[in-house]
Design a binder for this molecule. Structure first.
Ligand code: GLN
Length: 289
């Protein structure tokens, strides 16, 4: 069997099992089995796979068919054009979270950001993408999970940003040693009920997904605490789940009446993120939900 035939066969099996991106996933697994780049794969399409490689590839395909995500099988996931190491201790970065990075970079164009905090950094995808694009900015990246921070540390080394990304363990904003210009966060926002279904189905850590009864518990906590962690004129950028952005925007409106609050849609028009920019002097008000 040639590489091309192996790919076609796997693509068809994946498609029948309703695995999205069946073509990309078969290519990633075959490349992983053979230890080759995408360019090499395309150059070698007509060569024979060989029985040993065929058996290796077959084992990876079986794992995928049992529900394990390709990113965990290969240990890689691309985010914002950058290759990240991932394992089941961290959420697999999603393409939609690239919107947060783009928005943060827009903020950086309109005013200098000397410090940013990425809260709940996981594998470090957001913090490291920002650090690569904003080499003069100091970035704090926090996570409550020590095992997630190990993954983030590995990625900081891989991308040469250990001196600029400071990893801190703790809940939400607790570990921050100083106020920052921008707080950015993709916190857990999936509802409890949905989470049990998702974690069983895709192996991801519950801690990174579970946002409590309505999905917004962690986000509410962060919104309530963020006021005195931002410099005047500072900003907050939050990823939100489907249908959550209005609730988050109205909470922020009540907490920060004089701030500028925006709901940010992604390229497909779906509301994906909420941003808050404080006035140069602000007063937070108490809100109970
Ligand atoms: N975007 C993820 C999903 O629903 C959830 C990530 C999160 O909770 N922040 O698949």
């Amino acid at each position: 069997m040639t590489l091309k035939q192996a790919l076609r066969q796997t693509r068809e099996i994946f498609a029948r099992q309703n695995i999205e991106d069946s073509r990309l996933e078969s290519e990633l697994l075959l490349r992983h089995a053979l230890g080759i780049s995408q360019v090499q794969l395309y150059q070698d399409l007509h060569r024979e796979l060989g029985s040993e490689a065929e058996a290796d590839f077959g084992r990876l395909v079986k794992r995928r068919l049992r529900g394990e995500p390709t990113a965990y099988i290969t240990g890689h996931r691309e985010f914002y054009g950058i290759d990240f190491y991932v394992n089941p201790r961290v959420l697999i970065p999603r393409p939609e979270s690239e919107l947060l990075v783009e928005e943060a970079l827009k903020h950086a164009q309109s005013r200098p950001l000397s410090t940013i905090a990425d809260i709940g950094t996981g594998c470090g995808a957001i913090a490291i993408s920002l650090s690569i694009n904003l080499p003069r900015t100091k970035i704090y990246a926090t996570d409550i999970s020590a095992l997630a921070l190990k993954v983030a540390r590995f990625n900081c080394h891989k991308h040469g940003v250990v001196d600029r990304v400071c990893l801190l363990r703790g809940d939400l904003l607790d570990p921050l040693p100083e106020p920052v210009d921008l707080v950015i966060a993709n916190l857990p926002y999936v509802t409890e009920t949905e989470v049990s279904r998702m974690c069983l189905a895709n192996f991801e850590p519950e801690l990174a997904l579970n946002g409590g009864w309505d999905g917004l518990e962690k986000i509410r906590e962060l919104c309530r605490e963020v006021g005195d962690r931002l410099y005047p004129g500072g900003s907050l950028l939050l990823e939100t789940g489907l249908g959550q952005s209005r609730a988050v925007a109205s909470l922020l409106r009540r907490l920060f009446p004089s701030a500028n609050i925006e709901i940010i849609p992604d390229l497909t028009g779906i509301d994906r993120a909420v941003s808050l920019t404080l006035a140069t002097t602000t007063a937070a008000v108490e809100v109970t939900w």
